[in-house]
Design a protein around this ligand. Structure first.
Ligand SMILES: Nc1ncnc2c1ncn2[C@@H]1O[C@H](COP(=O)(O)OP(=O)(O)OP(=O)(O)O)[C@@H](O)[C@H]1O
Ligand SMILES: [Mg+2]
Length: 473
């Protein structure tokens, strides 16, 4: 569709000059822009240089037939609907064209109003398809960027790996301490794969009681055992075509490991109490916070299962090894807590950030998330104060000055990084006080507006958020 004229472009292909004239006349009267072509070859040439919203095509054409043209067009463009026109009594050919991918057909001689309905329906469907694609694209990018924060070097590597394995069916093993984001990463792998339209099924391997294990995995038939009142699909079957996340895989008993191994090897099984063999197509992603190699050495994890799972390994670093991500994560969880709790805490006080940067985070990202949420609940005012945090973070016991001052606690960071984090905190603070107006923040900071602009970019500060919240409060 041309934006200027908001007309749809139709390519009409017919070798009969009279028919060409008729189609052009009739369609232009309906406000369509029409290009005519006298042969399939001319039509293909036109398609290489221009975009059309719809193709109307005669089946009987001089050299290449309309049927073959349908095939050829689809090699160039699968989205533009093709409507074929056939002479009376050649319905089989029309159906063949539809089988090859044409959207619809009508037989000559046809009535104008009939043609108009078919065209309008085809264009509407095309518009919907575009819309669906656009929304899916939007969801995907939102899913990818909106949820995983990961600007640190080690996380960038993880995200790159996710991108690379996304398009494959490789088994992925995700290793990392508790709360590092393994489940989030498993979700991203699924969303990045061709399986995204199919389910991602999660199975917490540690939590299944031995007696229910088989039925959980493979399902059961009605009456298979006491309590099996209906047929139930197991996780493997639910995940057919999609991804199965075997979570907490390091906590499985040896018996469970044997069952899982068999299912992974054969990709087929029977439901409990069933005789039919069921084949499934699932991509396996496994995750654990346990040291699997050690478990293998100690004999608590089967080595054959380990090798089967360990095809591509993603190591998610603990939060203390990517401290430079803490400000960004903290902002992310602050915004999240605000919207979920209906609060308007706009920013972290500079000493809050400093304290978050130096804490050890044994519970990793989950702990940070929970801490922020709890602090938002008890916090008074629009600045998240250090006093709203519990003791391990609030440095009541820590020396606040002297030889071992608090800044020394930004342990693993270089001096440059420490300075950068504090710089960020002061810029956010000034911007918030200036209601998001950069010129005003510049005056508060005693630097030029241009420098503020640079700092905002450098530290990925969301000025709009500071502004919006300021207006509300
Ligand atoms: N990089 C990240 N960006 C945004 N949120 C994150 C990130 N990493 C983790 N989270 C959030 O932290 C919480 C814990 O993450 P997740 O459940 O994925 O951890 P896990 O590694 O599976 O933990 P466990 O081993 O305890 O199961 C979740 O709320 C998740 O959304
Ligand atoms: Mg998890």
């Amino acid at each position: 569709m041309h934006a200027e004229s908001s007309k749809y472009d139709i390519l009409a292909v017919d070798d009969d000059p009279q028919m060409q004239f008729f189609l052009k006349e009739a369609l232009e009267r309906q406000q369509y822009a029409v290009t005519v072509a006298g042969s399939a070859e001319d039509a293909l040439a036109a398609l290489k240089t221009s975009k059309f919203d719809l193709i109307l095509m005669d089946i009987r054409l001089p050299a290449m037939s309309g049927l073959d043209a349908v095939n050829e067009i689809q090699k160039i463009d699968l989205r533009t609907p093709i409507i074929v026109m056939t002479a009376h009594g050649t319905r089989d050919t029309a159906l063949e064209a539809v089988r090859r991918g044409a959207y619809d057909y009508f037989t000559k001689p046809f009535r104008l109003d009939e043609m108009e309905i078919v065209i309008r329906r085809a264009l509407e469907r095309r518009r919907l398809m575009h819309e669906v694609e656009r929304l899916r694209e939007q969801l995907l990018t939102a899913g990818r960027r909106g949820r995983i924060v990961g600007s640190s070097r080690p996380m960038q590597e993880v995200l790159r790996l996710i991108d690379r394995v996304g398009s494959t069916d490789s088994t992925v093993l995700i290793l990392g301490e508790s709360g590092t984001g393994k489940e989030l990463i498993a979700e991203a792998i699924h969303e990045n794969s061709a399986r995204r339209a199919r389910p991602l099924v999660k199975l917490n391997c540690a939590a299944i009681p031995e007696t229910l294990l088989e039925s959980e995995l493979f399902g059961h038939e009605k009456g298979a055992f006491t309590g099996a009142v209906g047929r139930k699909l197991g996780k493997f079957e639910q995940a057919d075509g999609g991804t199965l996340l075997l979570d907490e895989i390091g906590d499985m008993t040896l018996a469970t490991q044997a069952k899982i191994l068999r299912a992974l090897q054969e990709r087929e099984f029977q439901r409990v109490g069933g005789i039919q063999t069921i084949k499934v197509d699932v991509r396996i992603v496994a995750s654990t916070n346990k040291d699997l190699e050690r478990a293998v050495r100690e004999g608590t994890f089967r080595d054959d299962l380990y090798y089967r799972l360990n095809v591509v390994t993603v190591h998610v670093p603990p939060l203390r090894e990517r401290r430079d991500e803490i400000p960004e994560l903290a902002d992310h969880f602050l915004a999240d807590a605000n919207s979920r709790l209906g609060r308007a805490v706009t920013r972290l006080a500079p000493d809050t950030l400093a304290a978050l940067m130096e804490y050890g985070w044994p519970g990793n990202v989950r702990e940070l998330r929970n801490m922020i949420e709890r602090a938002v609940v008890v916090n008074d005012g629009d600045v998240l104060l250090l006093s709203s945090f519990p003791p391990p973070i609030r440095p009541a016991e820590m020396p606040t000055n002297g030889g071992q001052g608090r800044w020394d606690g930004l342990q693993n960071l270089s001096l440059d990084e420490k300075v950068a984090q504090l710089e960020r905190a002061f810029v956010v603070d000034a911007l918030a006080r200036a209601g998001g107006v950069q010129a005003a923040a510049a005056r508060l900071l005693g630097i030029t507006e241009r420098s503020v602009w640079h700092l905002v970019k450098k530290h990925r500060i969301e000025v709009s958020r500071l502004k919006a919240q300021r207006v509300e409060s």
